[in-house]
Design a protein around this ligand. Structure first.
Ligand code: SF4
Length: 155
C-alpha cells in the first residue's frame, strides 16, 4: 500500500468495510444534482454510523475514504487510478474553488489529477441509483464492457 509519510494514500470513494475508513462527506443537493457537504472533522466508520443510514446503503449518502486498495481495485493499473482520470475527463467542473475537503493531503484523486479532481468531486455519489451516462462511463473499468449496473465508483 502506498503512503505519504506515515499515512496511507486514500481512495475518496471507498466502501465502508475497508479497515481505516472514515466518512468525510454527506450527500446533499438533489438526486438529479447531488452535492457533497464536507464534514469538518471526518469520523471513523463504525457500525453505529452505518446503522444511521439504514435502509439506504451508506455509500448512497456518505462519502467514505479508506486506504487505496491499489492492485485489488479494478480501476488501478499499478500506477494510476483510471476512475480519477475518467471522472476529470468526462464530468463538468461544478466548483470554482477547491472544496473544504479534509482528506486532500492524502487523496489519491487529488495527488494524481490535482485541483481538476476537486472541481468535479462534489457531484460524485459512490453508489448512485440513476447515474448519468458520463458517470456510468467513468465508473466502467477500462477493460470491461459498458456498465449495466448502477454506478458504483468504488473498488
Ligand atoms: S478529489 Fe479533492 S475534493 Fe475530492 S476527495 Fe479528493 S481532495 Fe477531496
Amino acid at each position: 500500500m502506498s503512503t505519504r509519510g506515515s499515512r496511507p494514500i486514500l481512495c475518496p470513494s471507498a466502501q465502508p468495510h475497508i479497515q481505516g475508513s472514515v466518512a468525510f462527506g454527506v450527500i446533499a443537493g438533489s438526486s438529479d444534482d447531488p452535492r457533497v457537504s464536507w464534514i469538518e472533522n471526518p469520523v471513523p466508520v463504525t457500525p453505529d454510523l452505518l446503522a444511521l443510514t439504514a435502509p439506504v446503503d451508506p455509500t448512497q449518502v456518505l462519502r467514505i475514504a479508506a486506504p487505496c486498495q491499489e492492485k485489488k481495485c479494478c480501476h488501478f493499473d499499478g500506477t494510476d487510478c483510471h476512475l480519477a482520470d475518467r471522472l476529470v475527463q468526462l464530468l463538468p467542473a461544478v466548483s470554482e474553488k477547491l472544496p473544504p475537503c479534509r482528506i486532500r493531503p492524502d487523496c489519491r484523486w487529488f495527488l494524481q489529477e490535482g485541483s481538476a479532481a476537486c472541481r468535479v468531486c462534489p457531484q460524485i455519489v459512490t453508489y448512485a441509483i440513476d447515474p448519468s451516462p458520463e458517470l456510468n462511463t467513468a465508473a466502467t473499468p477500462v477493460s470491461w464492457p459498458a456498465a449495466t449496473e448502477p454506478f458504483n465508483a468504488a473498488p
